[in-house]
Design a protein around this ligand. Structure first.
Ligand code: KDG
Ligand code: MG
Length: 401
């Protein structure tokens, strides 16, 4: 089963997606997601110019060897562009392997260890009343876990608060827009949101919150303590995690569970966080090197009681969503999967086998990861430049978005 051809398909059915399609000489193809929000064309060029020529003629069943070839063999290791490209190749090859063996991908990863994958939805509102109503809508649709974000008085925009509730998409066409930020205003307001949610919806629902990298460790420690009475499932991305030791300060002060990892690329980003048990959930997506890498990272995390909590934002295509569900179904230290709804156009471009029932998702039982690409429809949605916002403090200092 040799690789005969590989090509990159870029489309924008509401947002940009980069998809790698690998074809074998016996007629099987596999798909991998190579989307890196706001840097899509860099990964596309990395694949087309530097990876695809090396793949042609290789044995498609040698997923581990090809991973090592692209990681070790590239000399320049790690980084989001490299690891997103390697992930796309790896997921496409696992898709091929499972299709060749005529079985759903989860069977190659050890088989199912649970019946379904618990997912969390994104509820948000301009104020606490609106956010609380949105949480109620998710619960009435059967969600067992809901992330809640709300507008902060005195700030014109807030991370996570969207115009279109079900299809939240922070990247906007054109050059980056600028948001403004005040951690002080945020810290004073967020506990009120969760006080309301617990008093309205009781103890059963799992509540989550994303700090989106904006606090310092001591500010995050303070927020974690304030939120303890409301027993969050997790507080996500409390601080940026380039300095993994920074989490020691948060951990010393609060029992609110901590999650981080959506911008991580390799196991090296997690080493101190996991081995010192500074976090509870690792939120890497398959973008960090694909299934080959994430299986090893999940096993490492398992030793230290850290559970996986897959990033599933709309800037990861349905291909990542489908493959992630197979992964989630097969690892024992799984926590929860993020599920943001893709636009109807995106779901048409990517026909898929996965489904949502009563708070759980299932990848379906088609051979492979179960997500396809309608290339002729994709061609009707050409690339459009779009970026995530940038953030400034009220005095104009550039800050983390
Ligand atoms: O591309 C950036 C998004 O994936 C990110 O802003 C979404 O924080 C996010 C999340 O938790 O889904
Ligand atoms: Mg996040």
């Amino acid at each position: 089963m040799r690789i005969r051809d590989a090509k990159v398909v870029i489309c924008c059915p509401g947002r940009n997606f980069v998809t790698l399609k690998i074809q074998t000489d016996d007629g099987i193809y596999g798909l991998g997601d190579a989307t890196l929000n706001g840097r899509e064309l860099a990964v596309a060029a990395y694949l087309t110019e530097h990876v695809v020529p090396c793949l042609i003629g290789k044995d498609a069943s040698r997923t581990e060897d090809i991973w090592q070839y692209l990681y070790r063999g590239g000399y320049w290791r790690r980084g989001p562009v490299t690891m997103t490209a390697i992930a796309a190749v790896d997921v496409a090859l696992w898709d091929i392997k499972a299709k060749a063996l005529q079985t759903p991908l989860y069977n190659l990863l050890g088989g199912r260890v649970r019946d379904g994958v618990m997912v969390y939805g994104h509820a948000n509102g301009r104020d606490i009343d609106e956010a609380a109503d949105e949480v109620g809508k998710y619960l009435s649709q059967g969600y067992l876990a809901v992330r809640a974000q709300c507008g902060i008085p005195g700030l014109p925009t807030t991370y996570g608060v969207s115009k279109d509730k079900m299809f939240y998409e922070p990247a906007e066409a054109g050059l980056p827009v600028e948001n403004s930020w005040s951690t002080e205003k945020y810290l004073g307001h967020v506990p009120k949101l969760f006080e309301r949610l617990r008093s309205t919806y009781g103890d059963e629902v799992h509540l989550l919150h994303d700090g989106h990298h904006r606090m310092t460790p001591i500010q995050a420690a303070h927020l974690g303590k304030q939120l303890e009475p409301y027993r969050l499932f997790w507080l996500e991305d409390a601080v940026t995690a380039e300095l993994q030791e920074g989490f020691r300060i948060i951990r010393q002060h609060t029992t609110t569970p901590l999650a981080v990892g959506e911008v991580f690329d390799t196991v090296w980003d997690t080493k101190t966080l996991i081995s010192e048990q500074l976090i509870d959930y690792l939120r890497m997506s398959l973008r960090g090197g694909g299934i080959t890498a994430l299986r090893k990272i999940a096993s490492f995390a398992d030793i230290y009681h850290v559970q996986m909590g897959s990033h599933g934002a709309t800037d990861l295509s349905p291909v990542t969503m489908g493959a992630a569900l197979h992964f989630d179904l097969s690892i024992s230290n799984f926590g929860v999967q993020e599920y943001m709804h893709h636009s109807p156009e995106t779901l048409e471009v990517f026909p898929h086998a996965y489904s949502f029932v009563k708070g759980y998702m299932h990848p379906g039982d088609r051979p492979g990861h179960g997500v396809d690409l309608d290339e002729s429809l994709a061609a009707k949605f050409p690339y459009q430049r779009a970026y995530l916002p940038v953030n400034r403090k009220l005095d104009g200092t550039l800050w983390n978005w």
